[in-house]
Design a protein around this ligand. Sequence first.
Ligand code: FEO
Length: 165
Amino acid sequence: MLSKTIEQALNQQIEYEGYASNYYLAAASWADARNLEGAARFLYRHAEEERGHMMRLFTYINDSGGHALVPAFRQPPNEFESLLSLFESLLQHELEVTARINRMVTLCLQEQDYSTHHFLQWYVAEQHEEEKLFRSIIDKIKLLECEGPRGLYWVDRELGSMKVD
Ligand code: FEO
């Protein structure tokens, strides 16, 4: 059974994962509108992945005697200066998600809620993977930046062929 404090924290995370899904969707649309097809494919798939993160929380809360709530979502940024700044802003966003997950893990220990602590370990591992992935994409873009449009073409191709879990 979830305490009210933990239920509230998990419901707040629903809002943040849903916002993340919309953030990736906005980024995908920005890339799509510029015919960056590989980047758009990668980002649309990532938007779906973030929705999956949100749905995991819905299931867990309702299976644990709580009530998962659908929140209002904030509007994400729709404009980016470049593909590099788009991925830098996504990495910043992921770092914020990691900080939120870590705060929830600490809260679970304080509340002695070991079930939710166990549930959140999946998110801890996922955040580690996502931060690593976005750092590597940023490094690749910087590496190929000096190639101009040709570099952008290769980055776009690479993004389009990347596997999303
Ligand atoms: Fe659900 Fe990218 O964090």
